[in-house]
Design a protein around this ligand. Structure first.
Ligand code: SAM
Length: 263
């Protein structure tokens, strides 16, 4: 695939995290990991110049929604896919889009090489803002490597934090592909990683707002012992036999879910 040529001063837009994938082999590998059927509603987030869209368009799906914030790119996508009435470009901020309204009766698939600047916010929105089980059966998403590592981190690791606990309480997360910086144009300062998220029901009864509250309070003072940062919940630490001399990073996802269910 050729590098996108565009001399416009407003292209690419740094503010919209525009780093386009120009490596065809990477796109082919990624595409081969995405499966759908004729009932699937696919939401592609930030399709950009359509590098991945070109291949998604050849898959089975019921509808393919292309959620692109940049109005110039949206207009290009509209022209490019005008012949397929089941491919629907939408000029919208993916953080504001009402996915459930368009997801249909079958589980949807969310895919995208996300703009790095809002990737964590988008992930939290899809995990926290919808009833569980959610409207999607899988998400396949690109993150900058450091964020991906935090999402995947286990307790007792320094990088384990709020995003690790909230995500792992809701989804099984798997690393799919490593994306070195040189597959992008313009080349970002950081590498990327594609992660796959499969919603799970293990903690379906845990209230997500309570979990967020406990986790926020614990990690706000991550160097303190948990008996101090969770001073209002010491009775729960005793109830669930969690050692109160531990620190936030030492409690497992299971521990946090127990505490949240006790509130
Ligand atoms: N998918 C393309 C690719 O892989 O070459 C482009 C990926 S680029 C990292 C991110 C894309 O998301 C850009 O096209 C950008 O305009 C778009 N974008 C940025 N912020 C967005 C938002 N809040 N909602 C929807 N699209 C957004």
């Amino acid at each position: 695939m050729k590098r996108p040529l565009n001399t416009s001063k407003t292209f690419p837009k740094k503010s919209l995290g525009q780093n386009f994938i120009h490596d065809k082999n990477f796109i082919l590998k990624l595409n081969s990991l995405i499966t759908s059927n004729s009932f699937t509603h696919i939401f592609e987030i930030g399709p950009g110049l359509g590098a991945l869209t070109e291949y998604l368009a050849r898959k089975d799906f019921k509808k393919l929604f292309l959620i692109e914030k940049d109005d110039k790119l949206y207009k290009k996508l509209k022209v490019r896919f005008i012949d397929n009435k089941n491919i629907l470009p939408v000029n919208c901020d993916a953080l504001q889009y009402d996915y459930e309204r368009y997801s249909g009766n079958y589980k949807a698939l969310i895919v995208g090489n996300l703009p790095f600047n809002v990737s964590s916010q988008l992930l939290m929105r899809w995990i926290v803002d919808y009833e569980w089980p959610p409207f999607y059966s899988k998400m396949i998403l690109m993150f900058q490597k450091e964020v991906a590592e935090r999402i995947l981190a286990s307790h007792n690791q320094k990088i384990y934090g709020r995003i690790s606990v909230i995500t792992q309480a809701r989804c099984k997360v798997k690393k799919l592909l490593y994306a070195p910086a040189n597959i992008f144009f313009p080349k970002p300062k950081v590498d990327g990683v594609i992660l796959e998220f499969t919603p799970m029901n293990k903690y379906v009864n845990v209230n997500i707002s309570n979990l967020q509250k406990i986790v926020r309070q614990s990690f706000e003072q991550r160097r303190k012992k948990i008996k101090t940062s969770l001073k209002d919940y010491n009775h729960l630490l005793r109830k669930y036999k969690i050692d109160d001399d531990l620190r936030a990073e030492n409690l497992s996802v299971d521990d946090y879910c127990k505490l949240a269910s006790g509130i």
